[in-house]
Ligand binder design. Structure first.
Ligand SMILES: Nc1ncnc2c1ncn2[C@@H]1O[C@H](COP(=O)(O)OP(=O)(O)OP(=O)(O)O)[C@@H](O)[C@H]1O
Ligand SMILES: [Mg+2]
Length: 317
C-alpha cells in the first residue's frame, strides 16, 4: 500500500484518467475531499493514494469507519476522552484528530455518522480544535479530511439524516467513482492486475492468464459488488484452478454459486467425490498460503498423502 501509484489504480475510463491527472493539484491543497461511490469502487484506495501525493504524506493517514464503531464509542474515537469521563474511561484517550498529528483523517462511511455527532464534527473542522469528553480544555489540532460514503448524501439530507452544513464543508472537492458496470472496458486490465497479485500470493511458478472467452464472460457480468467483487472472484477462480496456466470460460465458478463453496451449497452441483476432494485440498492449501504442513494438519492427513492425491489427480486429467 505504501508504494501506491497511479498505475496501481487501474482504469482507462476517461473520467478516472482525468481525475488521476488532476490529483497532484488537488492533493497539494488542504481542501476537504468527499469521495462518493458504490461499495467496492475503490474509495479507500483512492483516499490513500491522494494522501501519498499530498504534502502530508510523511504523516499518518488514520481511518475511522463510522458504520463499524458502536455509537457510544464513536464520540470518544473522534474527539478523545479524559480519564474518568465515563464508566470505563480508565485513562486519557486521544481522539483521531489529535492522534493524526498533521496527517489525513479518512472518515469512511461518513453517511452513517450519527446525527448528533455531525454538529460536533463540523465544529472541529471550523475551529481546528477538539475538546475531549470530560476535559475543560480545547486542544489545537492539525489535519486534513478525506471522507467517503456509498450513500447518496443529498438524499440523506432530504431525509434529515445528514446535516447540510456539514455536507458543504466536506464536499469542497467532490469525487465520484463510477460503478464497474459503467466501465466494463477496465475489466481486462483489472483481471490482469489481480492475476499477477494472486499468482504471487499463491506462489504460482508459471504465467497464468484468462482466455479471451473467459474475459468476455467476466465483462458481461454486472458486478454489483464492483472491483472488490471482481477481485474476490479472480482469487477464487485461481484457487480452484491452481494446476492450470490458462483459465477458460468453463473454468470460471458460476456467478450464482460463486459464494456457495463456503456456504456448503456447493454440493448442489453434485460434484464427484474425487472432484470434491481435489477442490477441497486445493482450497485448504490456498487458504494457508500453500503451506503443506499446515494444510496436512487441517485435513488430518500427511503431507505425502496430499502430494500423492494431487499428483494422482493431475495424471487422471
Ligand atoms: N482502480 C483500481 N485498480 C485496482 N484495484 C482496485 C481499484 N479500485 C479498487 N481496487 C481494489 O478493490 C478493492 C476494493 O477497493 P476499496 O476498499 O478501496 O473500495 P471501497 O469503495 O472503499 O469499498 P467499500 O465501500 O466496500 O468499503 C481493494 O482490494 C482495492 O485494492
Ligand atoms: Mg471502503
Amino acid at each position: 500500500m505504501n508504494q501506491l501509484s497511479s498505475s496501481d489504480f487501474r482504469s482507462h475510463h476517461p473520467l478516472i484518467r482525468d481525475l488521476l491527472r488532476s490529483l497532484p493539484r488537488i492533493a497539494s491543497t488542504d481542501a476537504n475531499i468527499l469521495i462518493q461511490g458504490e461499495s467496492g469502487t475503490g474509495k479507500e484506495m483512492l483516499a490513500r493514494y491522494i494522501h501519498r501525493l499530498s504534502p502530508r504524506a510523511s504523516k499518518p493517514l488514520l481511518a475511522i469507519n463510522c458504520s463499524a464503531i458502536p455509537e457510544a464509542l464513536l464520540e470518544s474515537e473522534f474527539f478523545g476522552h479524559r480519564k474518568g469521563a465515563f464508566t470505563g474511561a480508565v485513562c486519557d484517550h486521544k481522539g483521531i484528530f489529535e492522534s493524526v498529528r498533521g496527517g489525513t483523517v479518512f472518515l469512511d462511511e461518513i453517511g452513517d455518522m450519527p446525527f448528533h455527532l455531525q454538529s460536533k464534527l463540523l465544529r472541529v473542522i471550523q475551529e481546528r480544535s477538539v475538546r475531549p469528553i470530560g476535559s475543560p480544555f480545547e486542544h489545537k489540532v492539525d489535519f486534513t479530511i478525506i471522507a467517503a460514503t456509498h450513500k447518496n448524501l443529498k438524499t440523506e439530507i432530504k431525509n434529515a439524516k445528514f446535516r447540510e452544513d456539514l455536507y458543504y464543508r466536506l464536499n469542497v472537492i467532490p469525487i465520484s467513482l463510477p460503478p464497474l458496470r459503467q466501465r466494463r472496458d477496465d475489466i481486462p486490465d483489472l483481471i490482469e492486475g489481480f492475476t499477477k497479485k494472486f499468482s504471487k500470493k499463491y506462489a504460482l511458478t508459471e504465467d497464468l492468464s484468462f482466455s479471451e472467452n473467459a474475459v468476455i464472460e467476466l465483462k458481461s457480468h454486472s458486478w454489483p459488488g464492483n472491483i472488490r467483487e471482481l477481485e474476490n472472484f479472480i482469487e477464487r477462480t485461481i484457487v480452484f484452478n491452481l494446476n492450470k496456466t490458462k483459465i477458460e470460460k468453463g473454468d470460471l465458478p458460476s456467478f450464482e454459486e460463486r459464494e456457495d463453496f463456503q456456504q456448503f451449497n456447493y454440493f448442489r452441483n453434485f460434484p464427484t467425490l474425487s472432484d470434491l476432494e481435489e477442490n477441497y485440498i486445493r482450497y485448504v492449501l490456498a487458504s494457508v498460503n500453500l503451506h503443506q504442513g499446515r494444510a496436512a494438519e487441517i485435513l488430518g492427513i500427511s503431507r505425502r498423502t496430499i502430494s500423492r492425491l494431487l499428483n494422482q489427480k493431475s495424471h487422471e486429467l
